[in-house]
Write a protein that binds this ligand. Structure first.
Ligand code: C5P
Length: 215
């Protein structure tokens, strides 16, 4: 297929990025991290001290915002924000921003445009249900909340962030709850998605399983 579309959705910390990146590399197609787009918008709104409930201002800012992916880096208005969008402050606020319907409308149309003329592995929360409803393959990737929190905890520890494991579990649960219960385009498995519980699987096993499904 010249225009292959693979959607990978799932809750926070399920390993979607690692799997999607590896899969895209093996298939030699593009990888699009839609969460990074919501994070970039959140970073900009926080920097500008915008009140998230002030929809007009939020929309104005979004309409004059440029988000680009290049060589695995993300650029916000031509500035490399790959590291900045992973901050604790952005992580704590991103689900609030992602629940604003106008924000989703603008980012979803941008995501569709990116996928329009090329093959992609697109990863997020609503790719199979909304963004790429006609994807060739839809995956819903999950793991137990303990395993997801443990992965996030190890990642933060490696970065030198001081945080309790219990706090990481609470943060992940809070973000999942907000993503699953928002009114507009919530995190939900598409009816035609393949569920993969990766609790006891390695990245390689998950990627191989997806490639099998593709055949
Ligand atoms: O994937 P990541 O954890 O970086 O995503 C950050 C947040 O962006 C999610 O918790 C969710 O609120 C939002 N998001 C979304 N829809 C997507 C991707 C991410 O609402 N397609």
């Amino acid at each position: 297929i010249s225009n292959l579309k693979i959607a990978i959705d799932g809750p926070a910390g399920a390993g979607k990025s690692t799997v999607a990146k590896e899969l895209a590399q093996r298939l030699n197609i593009e990888y699009i991290d839609t969460g990074a787009m919501y994070r970039a918008v959140t970073l900009k709104l926080l920097d500008k001290h915008v009140d998230f409930s002030d929809t007009d201002t939020v929309v104005d800012i979004l309409n004059s915002t440029e988000i680009q992916f290049e060589n695995g880096r993300i650029y916000l208005d031509n500035k490399d924000v790959t590291e900045d969008i992973r901050s604790a402050l952005v992580t704590a606020n991103v689900s609030k921003v992602a629940s604003i319907p106008e924000v989703r409308r603008i980012l979803v149309s941008l995501q569709r445009k990116i996928a329009d003329c090329k093959s992609v592995v697109m990863e997020g929360r609503d790719i199979g249900t909304t963004v790429l409803k006609d994807a060739d393959l839809k995956i819903f990737l999950t793991s137990s909340v303990e395993i997801r929190a443990k992965r996030r905890y190890e990642e933060l520890k490696r970065k030198g962030v001081k945080i309790e494991f219990s706090e990481v579990i609470e943060q992940i649960k809070a973000r999942d709850l907000q993503d699953e219960t928002r009114e507009y385009s919530p995190l939900k498995m598409a009816d035609d998605a393949h569920l993969i519980d990766a609790s006891n699987m390695s990245v390689d096993e998950v990627v191989c399983h997806i490639i099998e499904l593709l055949k």
